[in-house]
Design a protein around this ligand. Structure first.
Ligand code: GAP
Length: 431
């Protein structure tokens, strides 16, 4: 398995992920996605949305704002509970998460540490022109609360019956103290969350269902069986809102770590918001002829962690005819670029014209790239490193026989295909 430095250097070299504000030295644990990375990230989000919202009749989408009424975070328990215990070194002044310290001395300089103090992970800002306590708001640390406070709006407008879910993808922010490990723990990141509302007595069944569903989703898009596992939370690990929780863990280079959590949140959030806001967040159960508060099952995944896992899992470093080849064997639905069109000679106008015509013809259907800036060997290497499925080369013979060479990323097998059959050929390929 590739280490994180190898992945990070590939990401920078090939326009997948850059350090944020790099020309100013970077902002700690904040990352930008480049031209190739944004395609990969969009593909991850699109596939999640497709499997959650389009392919099911029981889930609706939502896009709530990042800023929310400050009461939301008091009621959800985040103001009082979303904290890490930190200790400061009295000597070098560095800060550490107390639960990760092996000894009660500074791991950097051996200095004496202060007593641990709670530190809230939410970022604060202000609404309006006056910076005072009453105008203080938070950048959301999870997207889930936007779903809970909109429960009634979605229920009434979509006329859904239990069980049903509300899915959302969006940015979340946490002022993380333990950072590092590339994008794994970022201060600004994206979540893909879904709250599945059920009758209380059916909630355990749906909890099991969503654990399995999400576990198989990652494997469907290429994560290898041996690199993914489920881990049940110990009682003392559980978040304040959860009755039970499973992590889907991926074998990252630093060890098994959380990719996604599936939590049984019971009726905690709906009941809390209802009691503090004074607004009903219940559901009229026609079978029971009465109001009930549904329970919520929450699969909550990180887009950035999924992108990182797909990158690590698909990375392959091999020797081909004595030369090193790096290839991302990404699933066809994830590959940032499906086809690259590569003219063999860039100083032959008729050859360039033919290649550009092919490029224009293909690009409406999927993301296609055109590159003539290096020798064919280098062009292939570039495309392999970003996981491009097919390279189409146009050569001198193409001008006469109207055929092109199509090279498969994984097998490197080449087929000679008639230009007018190219689209069909690519569409009919299994990947
Ligand atoms: N609503 C539940 C919730 O937020 P969480 O386990 O704190 O639960 C869910 O976060 C997912 O969000 C994690 O499994 C992870 O994929 C992602 N995530 C959390 N913190 C992150 C961070 N600092 N950087 C990147 N992804 C993060």
């Amino acid at each position: 398995m590739a280490d994180l430095n190898t992945i990070a250097s590939l990401c920078k070299r090939r326009g997948i992920i850059f350090l944020n504000s790099e020309i100013y030295g970077g902002l700690g644990s904040v990352w930008d996605y480049g031209p190739i990375g944004v395609e990969l990230k969009n593909n991850v989000k699109r596939l999640w949305w497709k499997s959650m919202v389009y392919e099911r009749e029981d889930i609706e989408g939502l896009d709530a704002a990042i800023l929310m009424h400050p009461e939301v975070w008091k009621t959800s328990g985040h103001v009082s509970g979303f904290k890490d215990l930190l200790a400061d070194c009295k000597n070098c002044k560095k800060r550490f998460r107390h639960d990760l310290l092996e000894k009660n001395v500074c791991p950097e300089c051996g200095g004496e540490l202060t007593e641990p103090r709670p530190f809230n992970l939410m970022f604060k800002t202000f609404v309006g022109s006056v910076e005072s306590e009453s105008s203080e708001v938070f950048l959301r640390p999870e997207t889930a609360q936007g779903i809970f406070v909109n429960f009634k709006n979605v229920l009434v407008s979509s006329r859904k019956k239990l069980p049903f879910g509300i899915a959302q993808i969006g940015k979340a922010f946490r002022n993380e103290i333990t950072t590092g490990n590339f994008t794994f723990r970022s201060r600004e990141f994206e979540q893909m969350e879904m709250e599945y509302f059920t009758r209380p007595e059916e909630s355990d069944k749906w909890f099991e269902y969503w654990i399995q569903e999400r576990f198989s989703w990652y494997q469907r898009f290429g994560i290898k069986k041996e690199n993914i596992r489920l881990r049940k939370h110990e009682r003392e690990e559980l978040a304040h809102y959860a009755k039970s929780c499973y992590d889907i863990e991926f074998l990252f280079p630093m060890g098994w770590s959380e990719l996604e959590g599936i939590a049984h949140r019971t009726d905690f959030d709906l009941k809390q918001h209802s009691s503090v806001s004074g607004k009903s967040l219940s559901y009229f159960d026609e079978e029971k002829k009465g109001e009930i508060t549904p329970h919520a099952i929450e699969p909550s995944g990180g887009v950035d962690r999924a992108v990182l896992a797909f990158l690590i899992d698909s990375y392959k470093d091999e020797k081909v005819r004595g030369e090193k080849r790096v290839v991302l064997e990404l699933h066809k639905e994830l590959a940032p670029i499906k086809v690259a069109v590569l003219p063999l000679l860039r100083n032959r106008p008729e050859l360039v014209k033919m290649a550009k015509d092919i490029y224009r013809d293909l690009r409406g259907d999927y993301k296609v790239s055109y590159d003539d800036t290096a020798s064919i060997g280098r062009l292939y290497r570039r495309q392999d490193e970003i996981g491009t499925l097919y390279c189409v080369t146009v050569d001198v013979e193409s001008l006469d026989d109207k055929k092109v060479t199509v090279r498969d990323r994984d097998t490197m097998k080449q087929d000679r295909i008639s230009v007018d059959m190219l689209k069909k050929y690519i569409e009919e390929k299994p990947k």
